[in-house]
Design a protein around this ligand. Structure first.
Ligand code: HEC
Ligand code: HEC
Ligand code: HEC
Ligand code: HEC
Length: 154
C-alpha cells in the first residue's frame, strides 16, 4: 500500500520551515542582550530604573531635624498630610540642608488649593471656606498655624 501525499504538503512544509527560520533569525537580533538572565524581563532594566534622580525623601527623613514640627502636626487635623505635600520635593534639602532651600508656601491660594469652596468636593471630606469671604485681605497663616491649624496665632 502506498501513501498518497497531496502535492501542497511539501510546499506548506517548506513555507513553515522558512517562517520558523526567519522567526528564529529575527528573534536572535531583536531580543535584548540581558533578556531572561533572571526571569522573563530585561535584566539591564533593573539598572535603568535606578538612574532617574530622586526628588522626594519621605517625611521620616524630615523628622530627624524637625521633630518639633512633627510633634505639632501629629496633634491636629493636618496629621495625615506629609511634609512634602506642602513643602514640595525635599531630597536635596535633606542631603544638604545648609545650602539647599526648600519651598516655604505662602498665600491664600496655597491653602485654597485644598480648602477653597468647590462644588465638586464633598464638604464632609474636607472643610472648605470661601476664599472671597473668609477673613479677606489677610494671609491664612497670620491666624492658622499651618502645622496645627486649630492652634490659632494671636
Ligand atoms: C539634616 C537636617 C535636616 C533635614 C533632614 C531636613 N531639614 Fe529642613 N532645615 C534644616 C535646617 C538646618 C534649616 C534652616 C536652614 C536655614 O535657615 O537656612 C531648615 C529649614 C527648613 C525650612 C525653612 C525654609 C525657609 O526658607 O525658612 C523648611 C520649610 C524645612 N526645613 C522643611 C524640611 C522638610 C519638609 C524636610 C524633609 C523633606 C526637611 N526640612 C529635612 C535641616 C534639615
Ligand atoms: C499643610 C501644609 C504643610 C504641611 C503638611 C507642613 N508644612 Fe511646614 N510650613 C507650611 C507653611 C505654609 C509654612 C510657612 C509658615 C510661615 O511662614 O509662618 C511652613 C513652615 C515650615 C518651616 C519654617 C519654620 C516655621 O515653623 O515656620 C519648617 C521648618 C517646616 N515648615 C517644616 C515642616 C515639616 C518638617 C513638616 C512635616 C512634619 C511640615 N513642615 C509640614 C506648610 C506645611
Ligand atoms: C494638601 C491639602 C491641604 C492643604 C494644602 C492644606 N490643608 Fe488644611 N486640611 C486638609 C485636610 C485633609 C484636613 C482635615 C480634614 C478637614 O477637617 O477638613 C484639613 C484641616 C484643616 C483645618 C481644620 C478644619 C476643621 O474645621 O476641622 C484648618 C483650619 C485648615 N486645614 C487650615 C489650613 C491652612 C491655613 C492651610 C494653609 C497653610 C491648609 N489648611 C492647607 C488638607 C489641606
Ligand atoms: C483673621 C484670622 C483668620 C484668617 C486670616 C484665616 N482664618 Fe480660617 N478661621 C479663622 C477662625 C477664627 C475660624 C473658626 C471660626 C470660623 O469658622 O470662622 C476659621 C476657620 C477656618 C476653617 C474651618 C471652617 C469650618 O467650616 O469649620 C478653615 C478650613 C479655614 N479657616 C481655613 C482658612 C484658610 C484656607 C485661610 C486663608 C485663605 C484662612 N482660614 C484665613 C481665622 C482665620
Amino acid at each position: 500500500m502506498k501513501f498518497y501525499v497531496p502535492p501542497q504538503i511539501p510546499r506548506l512544509a517548506l513555507a513553515f520551515g522558512l517562517f520558523i527560520t526567519l522567526f528564529l533569525v529575527l528573534r536572535h537580533f531583536l531580543v535584548p542582550d540581558t533578556f531572561g538572565k533572571y526571569g522573563h524581563y530585561r535584566a539591564a532594566s533593573l539598572i535603568d530604573n535606578t538612574l532617574p534622580e530622586i526628588h522626594y525623601a519621605g517625611q521620616q527623613a524630615c523628622f530627624v531635624c524637625h521633630q518639633d514640627i512633627e510633634d505639632k502636626k501629629a496633634q491636629d487635623v493636618h496629621s495625615d498630610i506629609h511634609c512634602e505635600t506642602c513643602h514640595g520635593p525635599g531630597e536635596k534639602h535633606v542631603v544638604n540642608s545648609k545650602v539647599e532651600k526648600i519651598l516655604k508656601p505662602t498665600g491664600r491660594e496655597f491653602c485654597g488649593s485644598c480648602h477653597a469652596l468647590n462644588a465638586a468636593k464633598l464638604k464632609s471630606a474636607i472643610f472648605q471656606i470661601d476664599l472671597y469671604k473668609h477673613n479677606i485681605g489677610k494671609n491664612c497663616i497670620e491666624c492658622h498655624n499651618p502645622h496645627q491649624p486649630w492652634e490659632m496665632k494671636k
